[in-house]
Design a protein around this ligand. Structure first.
Ligand code: GUN
Ligand code: ZN
Length: 446
């Protein structure tokens, strides 16, 4: 289709920022960054048809007034959250513990409630509204061991036409009895969920063994069978988050050299495999992630909150490992990607790595899409991609307005947004070419 014969459902005028191509180095990002201070976005059948400078784009309007005015707003691709747990929404901000005690003290008891389909449905709706009100349009999500948890989440996401990937947790040891299920049962439940939900509309299934310590060899064999049977599903788990966790893995799996080797041995590395955290990796583990084309999720607020450690962003680039950003709610302390990027910057500072705004926004959009192997579908305003985006209001507080007024260019504006911004900066969220959330509407209703 050419711009002349296109049939658009919406034409939006505003400022636009995206990164238009996959980057192999941080320097590539600046080369592929696009900023249109006055642009016009055409949308049709849920997809982006074209993004043009206003003066050029206006010639393609059906009549001169046929556009929506979002001037003063900054429109960016919808954020991609590559790791979080929806059942942990209700326990965010649990005090005082690091990973293993945090799991047993707070997490497992809360997750037990998702045997109830009603509870799961209520919390799914709340969780998705949190994603959307924070400008996040795609996420890779942990449920609980209960199939009900995933049925509820997919049902709610389908109603919103969101591109969402999720899976039921698989655990068969080292967790309370009420949350463990045999490898055989978990395999059967996972298979049924894949058959019900995977590739239904915009939904995808992630096979989700929680992590090595709660998995027996039989469980990981079951995961391996499922992965062979359904090769285009995702694999989602945790890796090398905390020193005690790593020591535990070594004692449970003495025959394996490294933590990652446990997963690799069962064929669980590879394209569409996403490993959350990956903080304390050995050199050979980075190499294995690269060679297997696996991805990692960097979860800044969680890593700080649980005192887990500092993700090595520079090493991740040097080793050419795909990476996305995860909020990791509820160990993470916010659903908001702007705040998460602000914390990522500080983790960089503690290691003398300067995370500039264009790199940060890349990780939160196209880079995250690539980590999930969805970069042909989402992550930028390239024509043909699904029209998922966030409309940002860059100055919603007196301090933001003052600081915004002093910004010299878009990069400074973006950096100030990731330093001072939060959910108040998300004016609208669009999914599949439809506005699904608007701050004005919420404020008007309040
Ligand atoms: N490792 C295993 N389970 C979890 C979890 O629920 N949260 C985090 N942050 N790490 C984990
Ligand atoms: Zn997690």
């Amino acid at each position: 289709m050419t711009m002349d014969n296109m049939i658009y459902s919406h034409a939006l005028r505003g400022s636009f920022f995206d990164i238009t191509a996959i980057a192999d180095t941080p320097d590539d990002i600046a080369r592929h960054a696009r900023y249109l201070e006055d642009g016009l976005l055409f949308i049709g059948e849920g997809k982006t048809l074209g993004l043009l400078p206003w003066e050029e784009g206006r010639r393609h309007l059906r009549h001169p007034a046929d556009w929506q005015d979002l001037r003063g707003r900054l429109i960016v691709p919808g954020f991609v959250d590559t790791h979080l747990h929806y059942p942990q929404t209700e326990m965010i901000g649990a005090y005082g513990e690091q990973l293993l005690e945090w799991l047993t003290t707070y997490t497992f008891p809360v997750e037990s409630q998702y045997a109830s389909a009603d509870h799961a449905a209520q919390m799914s709706a709340f969780f998705l509204s949190q994603l959307l009100s924070n400008g996040t349009t795609t996420a890779l999500v942990f449920g609980t061991v209960h199939p009900e948890s995933v049925d509820a989440l997919f049902t709610a996401a389908e109603g919103l036409n969101m591109r969402l990937i999720a899976g039921k947790v698989m655990m068969d040891r080292n967790a309370p009895e009420y949350l463990t299920k045999s490898a055989e049962r978990s395999e059967a439940e996972t298979r049924a969920l894949i058959e019900r939900w995977h590739n239904r509309g915009r939904l995808g299934y992630a096979i989700t063994p929680r992590f090595a310590p709660t998995s027996s060899p039989e469980l990981l064999e079951a995961v391996q069978r499922l992965r062979r049977e359904f090769p285009d599903t995702w694999l989602h788990t945790h890796l090398s988050e905390n020193p005690q966790e790593i020591a535990w893995v070594k004692s449970l799996w003495p025959e394996h050299e490294t933590y990652l080797d446990v997963y690799h041995h069962y064929g669980l590395t590879g394209e569409r495999s996403v490993f959350a955290h990956a903080i304390h990796l050995e050199e050979c583990e980075w190499d294995c992630l690269h060679q297997s084309n696996s991805a990692v999720a960097f979860c800044p607020t969680s890593n700080l909150f649980l005192g887990s450690g500092l993700f090595r962003l520079k090493t991740c680039w040097d080793k050419r490992v795909k990476m996305g950003i995860g909020t990791d709610v509820g160990a993470g302390t916010t659903f908001n990607m702007l705040r998460t990027l602000g914390e990522a910057y500080k983790i960089g500072q503690l290691q003398s790595y300067k995370l500039c705004a264009s790199e940060a926004f890349y990780h939160a959009t196209l880079g995250g899409a690539r980590a999930l192997c969805l970069d042909d579908k989402i992550g930028s305003f390239t024509p043909g991609k699904e029209a998922d985006f966030a409309v940002l209001d860059p100055a919603v507080t007196p301090l933001q307005a003052l600081r915004h007024g002093r910004c010299r260019d878009i990069y400074e504006q973006l950096f100030v947004l990731m330093t001072l911004g939060d959910d108040r900066n998300i004016a609208e969220t669009w999914v599949g070419g439809r506005r699904v959330w608007a701050r004005d509407a919420v404020e008007a209703a309040a």
